[in-house]
Each structure stands twice: as structure tokens, then as C-alpha cells.
Design a protein around this ligand. Structure first.
Ligand code: FE2
Length: 136
């Protein structure tokens, strides 16, 4: 997956963090595709989880500081995503049988890749628009 300009929120710090999130998601997708060992997949999920938490905290702080009305709803979405990652971690830790890594990549695509693209498009960009209206 690739970060493209149509995903831009207009908030430079947020956009940079989104690019880093994409890099980490790609590392996870690659590890699963190559059917790497559990430890390695687990490490890439933790790597993504850690960065997601930092990024969400930064985003939510910026929303608080600008008294953004959509904060509570946005926080809920971030929490749901972190719960998805925890679920993925469990699935990755389950004993592997043939074909499981295919299931894992389908799950990852649904609950990580699709989620983040949709979230940025629908939710983060709203905050970007709010900030730019407020400043203009
Ligand atoms: Fe967000």
C-alpha cells in the first residue's frame, strides 16, 4: 500500500506519521506474505501497535488543543483499531496449520489496511478541514 496525496489531511505532522504508519503496515504485510516465523510476525505487529499508539495520542492531543468537537467519536475509532490489532496478534499467535498465513493476510487486509485508509479518508481529513477552516 502506498500513501498518496489524496490521503493528505493538510496537517504536516499528521501526514508524516501516516506515512510512517504505512511503512510499518507494509512491513507487517510483507512478513505475513513471506510466511515468516511467528516471532517475526509478532514483532512487526508490536512495532505497528507501538507507533499507532504514539500517533493516535498525538492526533488526539491536537484535537483537544483545538477544542475539536469530534474528539470523543474519533477516540472511539482509535480504540477500536487498537482492539483489532490485539485480535490480529492473537490470531498470529494461534498454532499454524497449512494455509493459515493466507487467512492472516486476509484479516490483516481487512482490519488494518482497509481500516486505516478508510479512517484517514473519512475521519482524519475531517479534522484537517476543521483546522484549516479555523485558521483561515
Ligand atoms: Fe485518526
Amino acid at each position: 500500500m502506498e500513501w498518496t496525496e489524496d490521503l493528505a489531511t493538510g496537517i504536516q505532522a499528521v501526514d508524516e506519521q501516516h506515512r510512517e504508519l504505512f511503512r510499518r503496515i507494509n512491513a507487517l504485510v510483507a512478513a505475513i506474505k513471506q510466511a515468516r516465523c511467528k516471532d517475526e510476525i509478532d514483532a512487526t505487529i508490536r512495532f505497528l501497535d507501538e507507533y499507532s499508539r504514539t500517533h493516535f495520542a498525538d492526533e488526539e492531543r491536537a484535537m483537544k488543543e483545538s477544542s475539536y468537537g469530534g474528539l470523543a467519536e474519533h477516540q472511539k475509532q482509535h480504540a477500536a483499531y487498537l482492539a483489532n490489532l490485539a485480535e490480529l496478534q492473537q490470531e498470529a499467535a494461534a498454532p499454524r496449520i497449512k494455509g493459515v498465513s493466507y487467512d492472516l493476510s486476509v484479516t490483516t487486509n481487512q482490519i488494518v489496511v482497509d481500516w486505516i485508509v478508510d479512517h484517514i479518508m473519512q475521519v482524519d481529513r475531517k479534522f484537517g478541514a476543521f483546522l484549516s477552516n479555523r485558521l483561515s
